[in-house]
Design a protein around this ligand. Structure first.
Ligand code: ZN
Length: 258
């Protein structure tokens, strides 16, 4: 979880400008069509990554794909590795949302009862998308609830590189937009020590150190909830990559059951 995001100032300005115009136009389109938007809650914050940029990039990508999403952003917890988000104190914290995107990074928060306030809501049927450092969030916890929810157990990552992504489920609606020969922007390879039983691996990448194959995109069934996950998403370069962003958006749509 080193802080080495390579921000690109021009991309950042373009994303921000495009986002505001797209969001404005999107409101008009939604009102004209009368279709229900997907209600997405993004919980983001913590160590090591540019969550403001990443959130805006996801919003813009959805708009560019014509996916109508009503976003609620909870960006809390500072920049450290230990925090508790006030939102989770309410038992009905996810009511009204179709999908919760977890893009947070709190490795040292280890309070089991706090963690179960989050996972119980998902177990009861609230779908989720889990991105990158969500996999190392609650890493210090002794209970496995969060890892079972994610669908993978990971505690460390290898160096940044441009990793080749091999799609193992080519007909899945989430991965069918990933082209043959796709390589990530510079990103970290998370080492997955356990794939949980309800997890279906959609795509893998190979360690440059050991040659071992690691899941990088997957789906999980956790209780009544659909979960889509990816271990990629470290840098702003990844969140500027149209193939990665489109995959995340398809993951949101899939998790919502749309
Ligand atoms: Zn990272």
């Amino acid at each position: 979880m080193t802080l080495s995001c390579l921000s690109n100032a021009i991309c950042r300005i373009l994303v921000t400008v495009s986002l505001f115009s797209a969001l404005f136009l999107g409101t008009a389109t939604r009102e004209a069509s009368g279709a229900d938007p997907i209600k997405v809650l993004v919980v983001t914050g913590g160590c090591c990554h540019d969550y403001d940029y990443q959130t805006k990039a996801m919003q813009l990508a959805a708009k560019e794909q014509g996916i109508d999403i009503e976003w609620t952003i909870v960006f809390e917890g500072g920049k450290g590795t230990r925090a508790k988000i006030e939102l989770y104190e309410k038992s009905n914290w996810a009511d009204g949302f179709d999908v919760v995107v977890h893009n947070e990074c709190f490795a040292d928060t280890d309070d089991a009862s706090y963690i179960r306030k989050i996972t119980d809501v998902h177990r009861n049927g609230v779908p989720a998308v889990v991105i990158h450092c969500a996999m190392h969030t609650y890493r210090s916890a002794k209970v496995d609830d969060w890892r079972e929810f994610l669908g993978v157990t990971s505690r460390h990552h290898e160096h940044q590189s441009r990793y080749a992504v091999e799609v193992t489920e080519k007909d899945h609606p989430i991965t069918k937009g990933i082209p043959e020969g796709y390589k990530t922007p510079m990103d970290e390879l998370y080492i997955v020590e356990k794939v949980w039983p309800n997890t279906k691996v959609l795509a893998t990448s190979k360690s440059e150190k050991t040659g071992e194959v690691q899941p990088v995109f997957w789906t999980n069934n956790f209780g009544k909830a659909r979960v889509f996950g990816t271990t990629y998403g470290h840098s702003n370069d990844t969140f500027t990559d149209s193939i990665f962003l489109a995959t995340v958006v398809r993951g949101i749509v899939w998790a919502a059951g749309k």
